[in-house]
Structures are given as structure tokens and as C-alpha cells.
Design a protein around this ligand. Structure first.
Ligand SMILES: Nc1ncnc2c1ncn2[C@@H]1O[C@H](COP(=O)(O)OP(=O)(O)OP(=O)(O)O)[C@@H](O)[C@H]1O
Length: 249
């Protein structure tokens, strides 16, 4: 079983199926790109995995733990998510934002005032920042960093959460091409060096081909193809984006 194993996910909104029979396996160290037109169900799939949306049917296992049937918080923490909109506290330092990844395993009475982050956590967070190449910016306010740097802080926070599965929903859509390339390279590098299992929704097929081990194409809420990049043709990818009828309920 992979680090992430998803079987038979189904989700309807208001009687309209937006995701049907969705399967996904991601192994440790592997990067899988999810491709598909607007509304094809990519975000819904990731949100079902991370627990932001309750699927109507299907199973989600991370490192063998069932994430849908009463998961323990420690099991949930194994899955982290980053978004196009980078959720950092701008007035806090990069380091404090990374420390926040560990809040789930700190005693509840701790607020996230920087002074209360224990020294060993701050050291761990610094090591995470180092792994995304930002140790030298640790004490800058997150708001002062560029978009690409902020997304790398969000990746470091996922590491500090000790996540083993990373879900990324359009992580580079708000970045310029060079920053997008850089963030994808950092993410793929972390997959290898940390044995992270990465599933990323991308709107740039070329970027996906350069950085992902496998491509999964969604069309109308169903998997249109899944395979290694060299086994997926340009025509198959292009067909995802041709005029797309709405999914039948
Ligand atoms: N909470 C919701 N309530 C009702 N409909 C929803 C909800 N969330 C998503 N949908 C619908 O489900 C469909 C799939 O949405 P989803 O966000 O998963 O697509 P996507 O492939 O990620 O698209 P995009 O590339 O635009 O982000 C869309 O038609 C969307 O309007």
C-alpha cells in the first residue's frame, strides 16, 4: 500500500456528481500531478482526502490509517495541505509560521505566542526552513517575503507538522513562471529527500511533466487517464481542456 491510498471516492453537491469512482495511490517519494479543467473535481478530491469535504462513498488511507472512520489527530496530522492562497500569519516571522505546523502535537494550553514555542521545536523548524532553502530568512516577517518564498515557508510548515503526505492545490498558480519552477523543484526535492508522498493539482501540464512522476487526468469528475508522464500523450492532456459537458448527476 502506498503512503496514500484512495479508493472509490464519490461526491455530489445538490444532487450533481462532481467526483465519481476516484482512486489515487501515491508512494513515499513520489509526486503525482492532478490535471483537469476548471470544475473537473480536482480540489474536491484533495479536500475529501484531507477531511475538508466529507465524501459520499470511498475510503482514504494514509500510512495504513483510515482517515474517514474516526481518525486519530495524529493520523490526520500525517497529511498536510498547501493552497494557491498561502495561509501564513504575515506579521509573524517565517520561523514562527513553521513552528505553527507543530501546534497539533503541543499541549493545548500553549497559544502560538512565539515565546512559548519550545527551543527544540524552534530548532526543528529552523532545520525545516533550511530544507526549503530559507534558513537565512527565518526571522523576517512572512509578509515581507515573496510569493515563492512564502509558499516554501508553507512547505517547511508541512515538514514541521511531520506530514508524510503532502496535498497541494494549485500551489504555484499565483506565482510567476520562475518562482513556480522553483517551488515545484523544491516540492519534488522534498518528496525525494523526505520520502514525502506528494499529490499536486496543477494547471500547467508542462510543469507537471517536468516535476511529477505520474499524471492523473480528471474530466467531469472521473479519471480520464493515470500513468507515467511518458505514457500520457499530449492529445490525452489536451482533451482534458476541450469543451467539457457537465457531469451527469
Ligand atoms: N461546496 C460546494 N458546494 C457546491 N458545489 C461545489 C462545492 N465545491 C465544489 N463544487 C462544485 O464541484 C465541481 C468541482 O469543483 P472543484 O473545485 O473540485 O473543481 P476543480 O477541478 O478543482 O476546479 P478549479 O480548477 O476551478 O479549481 C464544480 O462544479 C464546483 O462548482
Amino acid at each position: 500500500m502506498g503512503a496514500l491510498s484512495v479508493r472509490g471516492l464519490r461526491k455530489s453537491f445538490g444532487g450533481r456528481a462532481v467526483l465519481s469512482e476516484f482512486d489515487l495511490d501515491v508512494a513515499p517519494g513520489e509526486v503525482v500531478a492532478l490535471l483537469g479543467a476548471n470544475g473537473s473535481g480536482k480540489s474536491t478530491a484533495l479536500k475529501c482526502v484531507v477531511g475538508l469535504v466529507r465524501p459520499d462513498a470511498g475510503t482514504v488511507h494514509a500510512l495504513g490509517a483510515d482517515l474517514l472512520a474516526a481518525p486519530r489527530p495524529a493520523d490526520r496530522a500525517r497529511v498536510a495541505m498547501v493552497f494557491q492562497q498561502i495561509h501564513l500569519v504575515g506579521r509573524r516571522s517565517a520561523l514562527d509560521n513553521v513552528c505553527a505546523g507543530a501546534l497539533g502535537r503541543l499541549p493545548l494550553r500553549r497559544s502560538w505566542a512565539p515565546a512559548v514555542f519550545p527551543r527544540d521545536l524552534r530548532e526543528e523548524a529552523m532545520a525545516c526552513l533550511d530544507r526549503v532553502g530559507l534558513a537565512d530568512r527565518a526571522h523576517e516577517r512572512a509578509a515581507a517575503l515573496s510569493g515563492g518564498q512564502r509558499q516554501r515557508v508553507a512547505l517547511a510548515r508541512a515538514l514541521c507538522q511531520r506530514a508524510k503526505v503532502l496535498l497541494a492545490d494549485e500551489p504555484v498558480s499565483a506565482l510567476d513562471p520562475s518562482a513556480a519552477e522553483n517551488v515545484m523543484a523544491v516540492m519534488a526535492g522534498l518528496a525525494r529527500s523526505e520520502s514525502l508522498a506528494v499529490a499536486a493539482v496543477l494547471h500547467q501540464p508542462d510543469l507537471a511533466r517536468r516535476h511529477a512522476d505520474r499524471l492523473v487526468g480528471l474530466r467531469g469528475g472521473r479519471i480520464a487517464f493515470a500513468g507515467r508522464g511518458d505514457a500520457v500523450s499530449a492529445e490525452q492532456v489536451a482533451a482534458l481542456y476541450t469543451a467539457n459537458e457537465e457531469v451527469a448527476a
